[in-house]
Design a protein around this ligand. Structure first.
Ligand SMILES: NC(=O)c1ccc[n+]([C@@H]2O[C@H](COP(=O)([O-])OP(=O)(O)OC[C@H]3O[C@@H](n4cnc5c(N)ncnc54)[C@H](OP(=O)(O)O)[C@@H]3O)[C@@H](O)[C@H]2O)c1
Length: 235
């Protein structure tokens, strides 16, 4: 049990998720750094603890229903409240040379399984707990590649998965309206991580900034929006 506000971050072992854990830790949150691999998650949490933050590792694979079930069971039992959920875990499996007319169906299904169904499944469990405590901030880490207003060819699996995440943001935000639970989507920009690659233009600190901002919104903050650089962007 803890007197801090509690934040859960998926895919917290590396990249943007790891930096979000650090930024929330710096703001005084007790961070539940989750990772699908025990060793990776434990090492990452250890690093942040050494930096002086309140961080606990928990194993969580968002594509494994049993892993989600046991995580929710643990959270119900061990956490007084859950204030923040950052749905950061994601995969990018599309081959850049593949067109929508030839893409392997398996690639699309696997991508949706993580980026959409995993995000949805975990959100369902956690938001129900947030409703009981009358407070919540949910941040869905989406991408400009899911913007319908800016949709180009290619990367069908990833694009569709992030468009679906954005729809999820709108639907859930509407359904919890008036309960002090704010749910938003964010595009972190092109960030130097394993997914973003070496040529990306942003640091993880820059990529995590708007996510952390949305995770800590005041009661009158926005909900059901899509943001980049702390500003609304088109769907
Ligand atoms: N980097 C960019 O330029 C960029 C741009 C727009 C949006 N995004 C979004 O930002 C988020 C973070 O991306 P990133 O750049 O930090 O990528 P990354 O370095 O590849 O990290 C992805 C994270 O997701 C985790 N993950 C994948 N599948 C999972 C599962 N089934 N269960 C739990 N964790 C899982 C990975 O765990 P493992 O270490 O075990 O693989 C890793 O921790 C993603 O949602 C991505 O789509 C990134």
């Amino acid at each position: 049990m803890t007197e801090h506000k509690v934040a859960i971050v998926t895919g917290g072992n590396r990249g943007i998720g790891f930096e979000v854990c650090r930024q929330l830790g710096k703001l005084g949150y007790h961070v539940i750094l989750t990772s699908r691999k025990k060793k990776r998650g434990k090492d990452a949490a250890k690093k942040l603890k050494k930096e002086g933050y309140s961080v606990k590792f928990k194993e969580l694979n968002i594509t494994d229903p049993e892993s989600i079930r046991s995580f929710i069971k643990w959270a119900k039992k061990k956490l007084d409240t859950i204030d923040v959920l950052v749905n950061n875990a994601g995969v990018f499996l599309d081959n850049p040379n593949e067109s929508a007319l030839s893409i392997n169906q398996k690639t699309i299904k696997k991508t949706l399984d993580t980026n959409f169904y995993g995000t949805f499944h975990l959100s369902q469990g956690i938001i129900n707990l947030m409703i009981n405590s009358g407070y919540g901030r949910v941040v869905n880490v989406s991408s400009g590649m899911g913007q319908l207003s800016n949709m180009n060819g290619g990367y069908l699996g990833y694009r569709v998965s992030k468009t679906a995440v954005n729809a999820l943001t709108r639907i859930l935000a509407e359904e919890v309206k008036g309960q002090n639970i704010l749910i938003n989507s964010v595009c972190p920009g092109w960030v130097k991580t394993r997914m973003g690659g070496e040529n990306a233009t942003r640091s993880t600190e820059e990529g995590a900034d708007t996510i952390t901002w949305l995770a800590t919104l005041p009661e009158e903050g926005p909900s059901g929006g899509f943001f980049r650089d702390r500003k609304p962007i088109e769907w």
